[in-house]
Design a protein around this ligand. Structure first.
Ligand SMILES: Cc1cc2nc3c(=O)[nH]c(=O)nc-3n(C[C@H](O)[C@H](O)[C@H](O)COP(=O)(O)OP(=O)(O)OC[C@H]3O[C@@H](n4cnc5c(N)ncnc54)[C@H](O)[C@@H]3O)c2cc1C
Length: 202
């Protein structure tokens, strides 16, 4: 049983995983099992080149970020399970007892974060009732999002990145994944607001 599984290892999903992973020394997160399902096909990053993203050197390729971000996660927070090359097909269940079916396995998790981008059609069964037209993309692009309140779709299910209804910019997607991680850490911390900072001299 995972405490949280993040579905999608693009910008918002890996950003969420990094912040959750960084809480490893906090008492409220010590025993938490975190998984990231990384099926790297159909990512917005594949053909992108970034010149306007804070902290990322100009000219960086999205295809490089797809690999380097997972290396960053593995090297810095190896306790986060990376479940590679599996595509999620179905989510069933309720808070603290979700089943996530991929093309190869079934995983159990207490919390699910959906970070698969706003492409249409939405291919994961079980969340159909939350799909609405994207509110911040050109109608002609036919994008979709999941209905949510500050990233919360329903108890135990969060959405982040463009699928949460954010505009398609790398820094917005990254911030949205980080925001969800902060909300989950706060939940694990019994509602006391949590943020994870590393600083020199401490
Ligand atoms: C060509 C192009 C150029 C761009 N240029 C810029 C730019 O210059 N500046 C800028 O700020 N932004 C740019 N963007 C936008 C930016 O890349 C996106 O806003 C950002 O990647 C969105 O992040 P996300 O996490 O929502 O989705 P993504 O980064 O697309 O991540 C979604 C992930 O979910 C995975 N996935 C999908 N379905 C499943 C499934 N069923 N099971 C498991 N995993 C799944 C995918 O493989 C992918 O890794 C560009 C986008 C494109 C397409």
């Amino acid at each position: 049983m995972y405490d949280v599984i993040i579905i999608g290892a693009g910008v918002s999903g890996v950003s969420c995983a990094l912040i959750l992973g960084s809480a490893q020394n906090k008492e409220f997160a010590l025993d938490k099992k975190i998984g990231l399902i990384a099926h790297q096909k159909a990512s917005s990053l594949q053909n992108a080149i970034f010149n306007n993203a804070y902290g990322i050197p100009a000219g960086k390729l999205g295809s490089e970020l797809l690999l380097e971000s997972l290396e960053h996660l593995e090297n810095t927070y190896p306790h986060v399970d990376q479940i590679l090359k599996e595509k999620v097909l179905k989510i069933e269940g309720t808070f603290e007892n979700f089943s996530i079916t991929t093309n190869k396995n079934v995983y159990q998790s207490k919390i699910v974060v959906v970070a698969i981008g706003s492409g249409n059609p939405f291919l994961i069964k079980g969340l159909e009732q939350y799909i609405i037209p994207h509110k911040k993309a050109l109608a002609v692009k036919n994008r979709i999002q999941l209905q949510n309140e500050d990233h919360l779709v329903t108890e135990g299910i969060y959405v982040c990145g463009t699928l949460a209804g954010h505009r398609s910019q790398l820094t917005i997607a990254a911030g949205s994944g980080a925001s969800v991680a902060g909300d989950i850490l706060t939940l694990w911390n019994d509602g006391d607001h949590a943020q994870i900072h590393d600083a020199l001299g401490k």
